[in-house]
Design a binder for this molecule. Structure first.
Ligand SMILES: [Zn+2]
Length: 402
């Protein structure tokens, strides 16, 4: 990228500073809490108006599966070529600790409010990065695609997954960036998830008439033991992706996050249920790992334990190499703007880069917020960081599309 273009980008961002902050505040003020998925329409309207103001066309895709609370995805692009670098983000936020979080507040260079870090400041940065590129009036050999979705905080079924199944997500993609609050590192990998709820059925009876009942808790124990054996095998595996501290490298099988049953100490429990949360490393395959769990559960069931199970969450793991052109462009621009190159790390949770990685599109998360304050009562973002990230997104897109 030549210096003239670079300076045009920086002056555009500098000129727009107040607008970028105001737009972030406006987004934060719309309480798009998910669950359940509140106020999506006003937020979508706000974004649509902003894109229109910048001179970008956009399409609002209504997700037909959504019932009481409607879901909308926003897709837009700038440029003419087929090859597309995606800026991808979600506009839902986790529920607030108090309604005050929807009154954005600026104090000592920080913007406070729910979604300020995760990830409404990131949406503003990406949209204004496109505006800065547009203002620079340079020819692109491809396009920048903006894909903004709801429901990320609850697994993305009616957001990214819907777009993915329709062939809209990542179309002609050469790469993707998403502004999750990564605290200065770049996430190039994520764990996948397979979450079960298992219920063991018994028959209640008074303790004195125990012989007439079936104890669901005691019937659960052989299953728990079989799962513990699998846990030992699973958790001996470690990822080669970077994650801090070292003890976090192990694959995960956790039981009992939610568990319970029975109604009193002196009654044979007629039912007992517990959850099973399997988090797979990028090297592990979702279908294989799911089947292993199903096999353990069904073996016990076939031995005569009355049980049922449901899988209430499934998400792929993913991992992207650190030496591909998009990674190198991102690192070099982060170094230019922030003064030092970033580390790569695996995100400990689900991450929407997985929808792109599944299609062979390299995807990275890097955003202006801190992970430690996201989802918390004092969520904030450094205003200066929003501006810097706007520049990093614009520079990286230009490097990929010039
Ligand atoms: Zn997020």
């Amino acid at each position: 990228m030549n210096e003239i273009i670079k300076n045009k980008i920086l002056s555009s961002i500098h000129r727009d500073k107040n607008d970028i902050v105001q737009f972030t505040k406006d987004l934060v003020a719309v309480a798009t809490e998910n669950p359940p998925g509140n106020h999506y329409k006003p937020c979508v309207d706000l974004i649509e108006n902003k894109l229109f103001e910048i001179g970008l066309d956009c399409e609002i895709i209504e997700v037909p599966e959504s019932e009481s609370l409607k879901r909308y995805c926003i897709v837009s692009s700038y440029g003419a070529g087929e090859d597309t670098l995606y800026f991808h983000g979600h506009y839902d936020v986790v529920p607030a600790s108090s309604n005050k979080q929807f009154n954005p507040l600026i104090k000592s260079g920080k913007l406070y409010g729910r979604g300020s870090a995760d990830m409404k400041s990131g949406l503003a940065a990406m949209i204004y990065a496109v505006k800065a590129i547009k203002n620079a009036e340079t020819d692109l050999k491809g396009s920048i695609g903006l894909t903004l979705v709801p429901d990320e905080e609850t697994g993305g079924i009616l957001g990214s997954q819907y777009l993915s199944e329709r062939g809209i997500l990542g179309r002609n993609g050469i790469g993707m960036l998403t502004p999750e609050p990564t605290s200065g590192v770049v996430w190039n990998a994520n764990r996948g998830a397979i979450s079960f709820k298992i219920t063991i059925n018994g028959k209640p009876a008074h303790v004195g008439l125990q012989h007439e009942g079936i104890n669901a808790f005691e019937k659960m124990l052989p299953l728990a033991n079989a799962l513990l054996e699998l846990k030992e095998e699973v958790e001996s595996r470690v990822t080669r992706y970077s994650v801090q501290p070292d003890s976090a490298r192990h694959s995960i099988l956790m039981m009992g996050g939610q568990s319970g049953g029975g109604s009193n100490f002196n009654l044979v429990p007629g039912e007992f249920s517990f959850t099973l949360d399997r988090r797979i490393n990028p090297e592990e395959e979702l279908e294989t790992e799911k089947q292993k769990l199903v096999d353990v559960i069904e073996t016990i069931r076939d031995e005569g334990i009355d049980l049922e199970y449901q899988i209430f969450q499934e998400g792929y793991s993913s991992g992207v190499r650190e030496d591909i052109p998009l990674a190198r462009a991102l690192v070099s621009n982060i170094e230019t703007v922030m003064g030092k190159p970033p580390e790569f790390e695996m995100c400990p949770g689900l991450l929407e880069i997985r929808f792109y990685a599944q299609k062979g599109i390299p995807a990275f998360a890097y955003g202006p917020g801190l992970l430690t304050v996201s989802h918390g009562p004092d969520e904030y973002v450094e205003i200066d960081n929003i501006m810097k990230h706007t520049a990093i997104y614009a520079f990286t897109a230009l490097d990929m599309l010039e």
